[in-house]
Design a protein around this ligand. Sequence first.
Ligand code: COA
Length: 323
Amino acid sequence: MIRSVVVGCGSYLPERILTNADLEKLVDTSDEWIIERTGIHQRHIAADNEKTSDLALNAARAALADAGVAVDEVDLIVLATSTPDQTFPATACKVQAGLGMTRGFAFDVQAVCSGFIYALATADNFIKAGQAKTALVIGAETFSRILDWTDRTTCVLFADGAGALVLKAEEGRGDNSDRGVLTTHLHSDGRHHDLLYVDGGPSSTQTTGHLRMLGKEVFRHAVVNLAEVVRETLDAVGMQPSEIDWLVPHQANKRIIDGTARKLGLSTDRVVLTVDRHGNTSAASVPLALAEAVKDGRIKRGDVLLLEAMGGGFTWGSALVRW
Ligand code: COA
């Protein structure tokens, strides 16, 4: 059986840091409120001349260097973003050009904060189908560009960044001892499209628009949907929560992450947490968290990782990966 084995990862965070104290000067909020409700202390914000493709390119180069894979070997780029440089072409094609890659194919997927899980599942399926052998999977966002900086209910939450993985097709045994993506599970429910959305777009207002969210409602759905998809994922491969080495969740809110870990019976020292320093970087949050925990030596070869995310749409999903 063909498996998509992760052979490298990388990430990029813009230099500029925005603290909760900085936000206190912009809107009626407090460091105490933000930490208590979300766990966020600070976040990174892209420079004026940095676009999503620039962030993505930096993360992609770092991932390829980590993997020791040459650009010529890559035959697929799947890039998850809801903040593309332009309406079209796909940001993935700009990354392809930036890497100097002249073969293969590149496209974007858009599933908001679940984007990286969607991109990973997409690339995994192309690899399993034999249509690609080496894939770059990227999550990259400049959410600072779509925030309403006068709306305290949203501007304190989201931020910018990028993360990337390199996948390679390898022959596996077809059981849970294989390295690589063991299973992926995607869901959406468009009935809730108006609980987390951007109030603009080419076909409606011809403007970019700003992010709008009914936070309490999103929170309520997130807790239920994530618990369900995590159970579905473990059931699909017949694994117990105790077999998970690391939970690498989407970093939206520490309270949601703690709730998911508690339901799985996982102690906090088996959860990769970056929301305190990164905020919610949407499709970039899972690969950013992954890259951090790999770099600092927490995630080791052979570890079982449960990745999960939920976002606007609603969309949600998970992936079980043996590193
Ligand atoms: N600073 C200070 N007060 C704020 C505030 C801020 N930044 N944002 C909202 N408040 C106020 C509200 O106006 C409200 O005041 P009121 O009681 O006088 O009306 C009060 O704080 C409580 O607001 P509420 O929205 O009920 O808080 P909450 O506990 O639900 O926390 C979120 C708000 C956004 C942190 C939380 O709902 C959340 O994390 N939701 C999920 C968001 C998410 O994950 N989105 C991305 C999914 S990918």
